[in-house]
Ligand binder design. Structure first.
Ligand code: PRP
Length: 214
């Protein structure tokens, strides 16, 4: 007689393991291609283009695995994350959509005041898995607000990914599943990150010399 097959209920999917950031030593050597004016402002390299590429490849593999084949939405926070998200999304082979939000903090200029949306989401995230992507996690206010917003819009599950994490600066407790590099409290520029809107175009992440801060 044919035995009845008993199907085991599928094991609940475990939450993605946080990616432990690689600790990157500051290498005080710059590529000869960096123009002299920018060179004077840079104290060292936190992550070279090759290191960034390798780390993003690793993050992409893990994200791809965790998000699977159900259509999902990557939401990047303007403007600093633009270079990062452009490289990260190219590591994803599954059905992913891309959208952007713009967030600015209006306050007295020193303390983060109220966060105001300068660009709203275009896509509908209701019922979707969402990955919020930002270049840097500092106090945690921005990421926390954007994640809250995605949940309020009815996203099924919201996870987050940052290229850089400065844990020592945290004000708002914020869980982040995917981290590129964990760094001390350095003022970092390049690869999308700016100081007074400059340096976003550098292909590496560098530390700004204190003398360059006006
Ligand atoms: C930066 C960065 C994050 C945010 C992180 O954005 O891109 O979005 O600050 O800081 P927090 O954790 O303290 O909230 P910024 O407002 O400088 O705009 P930008 O991305 O256009 O440079």
């Amino acid at each position: 007689m044919k035995k009845a097959t008993v199907r085991k209920p599928a094991a609940p999917k475990s939450p993605p393991r946080p990616t432990v950031a690689a600790e990157v030593p500051v290498v005080a050597r710059l590529s000869p291609r960096v123009p002299p004016r920018q060179r004077a402002a840079i104290g060292g390299v936190v992550a070279s283009p090759a290191q960034i590429r390798r780390r993003i490849h690793e993050l992409g593999r893990q994200i791809q695995q965790d998000f699977g084949n159900r259509e999902w939405v990557m939401v990047a926070v303007l403007s600093g994350s633009v270079l990062f998200v452009a490289d990260l999304i190219r590591e994803i082979e599954g059905p992913v959509k891309l959208d952007f939000v713009g967030v600015s903090s209006y306050g007295d200029g020193t303390q983060s005041g109220e966060l105001v949306y300068t660009k709203e989401l275009k896509l509908d995230v209701a019922g979707r898995d969402v990955l919020v992507v930002d270049d840097i996690l500092d106090t945690g206010r921005t990421l926390s607000a954007v994640i809250g917003r995605m949940k309020a819009l009815g996203a099924r599950r919201v996870r987050s990914c940052v290229l850089l994490d400065k844990p020592s600066r945290r004000v708002v407790k914020q869980r982040v599943e995917y981290v590129g590099f964990r760094i001390p409290d350095w003022f970092v520029i390049g690869y999308g990150l700016d100081y007074a809107e400059r340096y976003r175009n550098l292909p590496f992440i560098g530390v700004l010399r204190p003398e360059a801060v006006k």
